[in-house]
Design a binder for this molecule. Structure first.
Ligand code: C5P
Length: 255
């Protein structure tokens, strides 16, 4: 996946109304690669939002985080492919069979529709889950890092295109999976922005330098600090930071 710097930004449209979402798309289309429709927007306005963003020329990452029995996830993935989304995701904890069903359904539906196959990503361990919760609450033993690597390899084996992971896990996943395996990371904060509720953060430049394929950025771009200006100014700064990171380290291959 070769990308220009601006194309590596996924703007999280975490707003409750269609008009707010579409206004952000109009403003930010020239300076970002994808728009992420998450559970809030999806459940507020419905799946038709994907088409309306596509009509404005935006590419959509439908962050539906599917997890169910393989047959149900297969149906959801077919519907997500028909929605016009270019990236969709499932939970890796749904297991290998479920992930295979997702990958096959998306590939098959895309052929039927004669559209480019959407990328299918796996959510590993949510960044809101730490080792204590994982070990004691979920009764999954070991470190979060080991579990994330295990799930990323499972996702790769099942035929997914990549995973979503915290910036802290980029390097270890990169070492454990193939070169074309995508790593998409939220928890990204430019130095000029507020951390908000994100805890384990990295700047856009750092995340790209460590090997992130795409970075998910929400509030720093959609609600930037006053001194930065509006969303377009904020996005431009993030693009510049990515360009700088790529220039400083010529060994980083855009993925
Ligand atoms: O505003 P902010 O940049 O924090 O938005 C990050 C986006 O990435 C949100 O849509 C959030 O739901 C999503 N995300 C995350 N951490 C994860 C998975 C998804 O922040 N582990």
């Amino acid at each position: 996946m070769k990308h220009e710097a601006f194309e590596r930004i996924v703007v999280a449209l975490d707003v409750p109304t269609e008009s707010e979402a579409l206004e952000l798309v109009r403003l930010l289309k020239p300076s970002s690669g994808y728009f992420k429709v998450g559970l809030e927007l999806l459940n507020s306005v419905g799946i038709g939002i994907v088409n309306r963003i596509v009509d404005l020329g935006g590419k959509v990452f439908l962050d539906g985080k599917f997890m169910d029995i393989p047959n149900t996830v297969e149906g959801a993935c077919r519907a997500a492919t028909r929605s016009g989304a270019r990236i969709i995701n499932v939970h890796t904890m749904g297991g290998c069979e479920m992930m295979k069903a997702a990958a096959n359904a998306v590939a098959d539906e895309a052929v039927k529709l004669r559209v480019p196959k959407p990328l299918v990503l796996g959510v590993t361990i949510l960044t809101s889950i730490n080792r204590e919760i994982m070990n004691q609450n979920l009764r999954v033993a070991g470190t979060v890092e080991d579990q994330v690597v295990h799930l990323a390899r499972l996702a790769e084996k099942a035929g997914l295109d990549g995973v979503i992971a915290s910036p802290q896990e980029i390097e270890v996943i990169r070492r454990s999976t193939g070169d074309s395996f995508l790593i998409v990371t939220p928890g990204v904060r430019p130095v000029w922005s507020s951390a908000n509720d994100q805890k384990r953060i990295m700047t856009p430049g750092e995340a790209i330098a460590k090997g992130a394929s795409l970075i998910v950025v929400g509030r720093p771009i959609t609600k930037p600090p006053k001194e930065i200006g509006g969303p377009v100014d904020a996005a431009r700064r993030v693009v510049e930071e990515i360009e700088l990171a790529l220039k400083q380290d010529q060994t980083i291959e855009p993925r």
